[in-house]
Design a protein around this ligand. Structure first.
Ligand SMILES: [Zn+2]
Length: 231
């Protein structure tokens, strides 16, 4: 087999090798985690946090309302005890009573608003929990499939690597070095000659070069430097 044909075969195997390597790293990247799962978990965490904040606000309002109620009770008792007879003091007490009652009412309506919000957020938490569970289960199934795929592509990679080694072992080292150098510089190292034209750069080759390529010698295009191969 001509050296150019050997190198062309090596190039074919290298293409397979790159594809297998890409497949392995692609699957490994996918296995790192699911974006959908991260999104749904963060959504759930956000809703839970909002719910906790509302509950905290509610407790704080309840405490405030409790202390206002205690004060109200004291003022009311004082007001109707008959102990206070001074009209100015009575009117002050009455005003305090009214202010306390207004504050308590404000707190109560605020509490109702917060309870209403907490109910809405609670529903969203439930929904996000269910959604998260569905996505989690889907991800578990996907992970199993990906692991099976990974095993398969790793086996392919091992087989192609073995084949590449076998081919490379049969190629003389200087030709192999040339191939590697051109591959690094041009990406594709070996190109077919069609109707006397280098298909790497579309330049017409000399009759001599075309002839040398046909005879199986290692010829590089004088223009782009790629290794020429007669299919
Ligand atoms: Zn060329």
């Amino acid at each position: 087999m001509s050296i150019a044909r050997q190198l062309f075969q090596l190039q074919e195997v290298d293409i397979e090798l790159e594809a297998a390597e890409k497949a392995v790293s692609g699957i490994m990247h996918q296995l790192e985690g699911s974006e959908a799962l991260t999104a749904v978990r963060s959504q759930l965490a956000g809703e839970r946090q909002r719910l906790a904040e509302l509950k905290k606000q509610q407790r704080s309002i309840e405490l405030d309302a409790g202390s206002i109620n205690a004060k109200l009770k004291r003022v009311e008792e004082e007001l109707y005890s008959g102990r206070v007879r001074n009209p100015k003091e009575l009117s002050n007490l009455q005003r305090e009573f009214e202010i306390l009652k207004a504050n308590r009412n404000k707190l109560e309506s605020r509490e109702l608003e917060i309870m209403d919000q907490a109910e809405q957020v609670g529903k969203r938490v439930n929904f996000a929990e269910k959604e998260s569970q569905v996505v989690e289960e889907g991800w578990q199934r996907q992970k199993e499939q990906l692991s099976a795929d990974l095993e398969h592509v790793r086996a392919v990679l091992a087989e192609v690597t073995r084949r590449r080694q076998q081919l490379a072992d049969g190629i003389e080292p200087s030709a192999l070095n040339t191939y590697q150098d051109v591959k690094r510089a041009k990406g594709k190292a070996v190109v077919p000659v069609e109707r006397g034209i280098c298909t790497g750069c579309r330049i017409a080759l000399s009759v001599t070069d075309t002839h040398r390529v046909r005879s199986g010698q290692l010829v590089r295009c004088g223009s782009c430097g790629r290794i020429l191969y007669a299919p």
